[in-house]
Design a protein around this ligand. Structure first.
Ligand code: GLN
Length: 532
């Protein structure tokens, strides 16, 4: 069979890797096919904030040269060598801008690579560019990006989830086969759910956070975004492992996750349905797909049990005290003095306080300001025990609920998101409605346990995600369960869900989507940018 650029980009990352290893395609061809796809559709999708074709093709050419030369160097290439990847723009990369989706860091170039980027470079995956996100990863729709929203490739009038909507949309739209995301309260899993892709939040501490711009340090985790469970597992194997530069990094070796993803036998697997994560507030179509997933797993021999996690009802409340508290401290570094934007106040004396005030007023968007104010308030003397202290107690109770649930079940299951992708703008002015999107994903971050979202079918033509959760350090179990469900659902369908996505190639001669907001080119010129 001849492979055209159009069919190339629709392969899974594992298939691409196999074709590269067999010499059937070159990495330059593969990388160029993705760059062409980005050029064709990203005016509409806006998944990328920055594309670096030169660097990507250079890496690709290097892999091709090594392969062509043969010998031990070619043999010792990483299995994913030459497969392109996109990076959420919250992860610092040398030689490419890192903005965190914020005007505060517009034009800033990191002087160093994150640990995960070092690993990706060492394994020679061409880095296509940096993907869009809600500003400093705060949001569930990517609408809080300072550079315009990303659009969901399934329906460009809808959100791609957030904060990692750019990575998920890029993978769903075949602009990249793999991407990295970060998940503090669901920002890998929820975008995965609403774009029909797979995303994993690893066990806290199992993937280095060195070089991930901090949002809430006790919750943040970098993880893989892909179209299949196997691809996510392969990428997870590459980025995981101990890092002495991250003080919370776990010491152990990374298991062979892809082997667990390939084990489709669920006979006897105890799957716990979380009583609190269903029912009111969940769309009927989401619940219907969830029930079908349970039936499918039961028929395949899994033992479905119900588990009670009463403290999960307070997870969103607890998260929206802990996360803003940590963020208010982490974001104090954007002071207009050390790096990033600097805005000078109009008139009056040029004091540090006034420069800081003017910079933060102009550099941060509304959602970031809202959370800084919330966090500063929660941490202030007199309120600390009532808010932050209580939230930490709830966090402990949630961890105990998980401990009890994992006595009764090997993995837990829930819908990844209570709804399918909603229309752009629908929740933008209602922070509470936006926060409630994360009701299913937040408990895992509060407890540090791993979770995955895997496609569970469509509701009204839009993807529904199924979430699996496992005990800390047992990430292999989420790959096993998700890999099995993916296989069972694919066997029952004509094609995998991701292959059913509507074609997005604009008609010949069509210009960029006229409805795309002009915010993609913000008129903000920091007085000092890119300095470090
Ligand atoms: N949507 C959640 C929030 O707004 C999660 C963000 C994240 O995981 N980075 O906080």
């Amino acid at each position: 069979m001849t492979t055209t650029p159009q069919s190339l980009i629709r392969l899974t990352a594992a298939q691409m890797a196999a074709k590269l290893a067999a010499g059937e395609i070159t990495s330059v061809e593969l990388t160029q096919a993705h760059l062409d796809r980005i050029a064709a559709v990203d005016d509409t999708i806006n998944a990328f904030l920055h594309v670096n074709a030169g660097q990507a093709l250079e890496t690709a050419a290097g892999v091709d040269k090594l392969r062509a030369a043969g010998g031990t160097e070619a043999e010792s290439l990483h299995p994913l060598a030459g497969v392109p990847i996109a990076i959420k723009d919250l992860i610092v990369t040398k030689g490419q801008p890192t903005t965190a989706g914020s005007k505060m860091l517009q034009g800033w170039m990191s002087p160093y690579d994150a640990t995960v980027i070092e690993k990706i470079r060492a394994a020679r995956l061409p880095i296509l560019g940096k993907t869009n996100l809600d500003e400093f990863a705060m949001g569930s729709s990517t609408e809080h990006s300072a550079f315009g929203p990303t659009r969901n490739p399934w329906d460009t009038g809808r959100i791609p989830g957030g904060s990692g909507g750019g990575s998920a949309a890029a993978v769903a739209a075949f602009e990249a086969p793999l991407a990295l995301g970060t998940d503090t309260g669901g920002s890998i899993r929820q975008p995965g759910a609403v774009t029909g892709t797979v995303g994993t939040k690893p066990t806290y501490g199992s993937v280095s956070r060195y070089g991930a711009i901090a949002m809430a340090s006790s919750l943040d985790q970098i993880g893989p975004v892909a179209r299949t469970v196997e691809d996510a597992a392969l990428l997870h194997e590459l980025i995981g492992g101990h890092d002495p530069r991250d003080s919370t990094s776990l010491p152990e070796q990374v298991p062979a996750f892809a082997e667990f993803a390939a084990n489709h036998d669920v006979a006897g697997l105890r799957i716990g349905v979380i009583k609190q994560l269903q029912g009111e507030g969940y769309q009927a179509g989401v619940l219907a797909r969830f029930q079908e997933a349970l039936d499918t797993l039961r028929e395949a021999g899994a033992e479905i049990v119900e588990v009670d996690c009463p403290s999960f009802d307070y997870a969103v409340g607890s998260y929206y005290l802990i996360m803003p508290s940590e963020a208010s401290s982490n974001l104090a570094r954007y002071d207009g003095v050390r790096y990033g934007a600097r805005v000078l106040p109009e008139g009056g004396p040029l004091t540090i306080e006034r420069v800081m005030g003017a910079t933060r007023a102009a550099g941060f968007g509304d959602e970031v300001k809202r959370r800084i104010i919330l966090g500063t308030y929660a941490l202030s003397a007199g309120y600390y025990d009532a808010y932050y202290g209580s939230a930490q107690k709830v966090r402990t109770l949630i961890q105990r609920d998980f401990d009890a649930a994992f006595e009764a079940a090997d993995v837990l299951i829930s819908p990844t998101s209570p709804t399918v992708a909603f229309p752009l703008g629908e929740k933008l002015d209602d922070p509470m409605a936006m926060y409630l999107n994360d009701v299913t994903t937040i408990p895992a971050n509060l407890a540090g346990v791993p979770g995955i979202s895997v496609p569970g079918g469509l509701s009204e033509g839009l993807p529904v995600g199924i979430q699996f959760l496992a005990p800390a350090r047992q990430d292999a179990r989420v790959y096993h369960a998700a890999g099995a469900l993916e296989k069972l659902l694919n066997d029952a369908a004509e094609s995998p869900l991701w292959a059913q996505i509507p074609a997005l190639v604009p008609a010949a001669g069509a210009g960029p989507d006229a409805s795309r907001p002009a915010a993609a080119a913000p008129a903000f010129t920091p007085e000092v940018g890119g300095a470090k």
